[in-house]
Design a protein around this ligand. Structure first.
Ligand code: TYD
Length: 133
C-alpha cells in the first residue's frame, strides 16, 4: 500500500524550445487549487514539513533539483525521492510529512487545496497519533 500517490503530469516536449508541464485542478489532481507556495534556498542538511494537515490536500513537485519526502500515516512510513518537474506527489489529509535531503538549487512547489490556516496544522506528533485513532 502506498500512502502518497505519484502523478505523472503531462509533458509537452519541444526539443528546440524546451519542455512544458501542466496541472489543471480537478483534472490532473482531485482538488481545486486555492494556494500555491514554494520553498527554495533550503540549506544542506535542513528539513521542512514536520507536520500533518487535518483537511488540506497537497501536490508536491520538485520543480528543480531533488529532495526526499517521508510520509507517515501513523502505521507505516514511506520515502519518495522527487527529482522530476513533470511528476507530482499527492499527499492526502492526515499524513505526517517530512521533506529533507534537498539538493543544491532545489525548488519545491506545493499546490494546496485551501488557504493558509494554522488551525488545520497538527505540529505535534503525539497529537497526530491521537487524532488518527
Ligand atoms: P511551515 O508550514 O512550517 O513550512 P514547511 O512546511 O515548508 O516547513 O511554514 C513556515 C512559516 O510560514 C510559518 O510561520 C507559517 C508561514 N506560512 C504562511 O504564512 N503561509 C503559508 O501558506 C505557508 C505554507 C506557511
Amino acid at each position: 500500500m502506498s500512502i502518497g500517490k505519484i502523478i505523472d503530469l503531462s509533458k509537452i516536449i519541444d526539443p528546440s524550445r524546451g519542455n512544458l508541464t501542466v496541472v489543471e485542478q480537478n483534472i490532473d489532481i482531485p482538488f481545486e487549487i486555492k494556494r500555491t507556495y514554494w520553498t527554495y534556498d533550503v540549506p544542506s542538511g535542513e528539513s521542512r514539513g514536520g507536520h500533518a494537515h487535518r483537511q488540506l490536500q497537497q501536490l508536491v513537485v520538485a520543480l528543480s533539483g531533488s529532495f526526499d519526502v517521508t510520509l507517515d500515516n501513523g502505521h507505516e512510513k514511506e520515502t519518495i525521492h522527487l527529482n522530476h518537474p513533470y511528476q507530482g506527489l499527492l499527499i492526502p489529509t492526515m499524513i505526517w510529512r517530512t521533506l529533507e535531503d534537498f539538493s543544491s538549487g532545489a525548488v519545491c512547489l506545493v499546490l494546496a487545496s485551501d488557504y493558509y490556516e494554522e488551525e488545520d496544522y497538527i505540529r505535534n506528533y503525539d497529537q497526530f497519533l491521537k487524532e488518527i485513532k
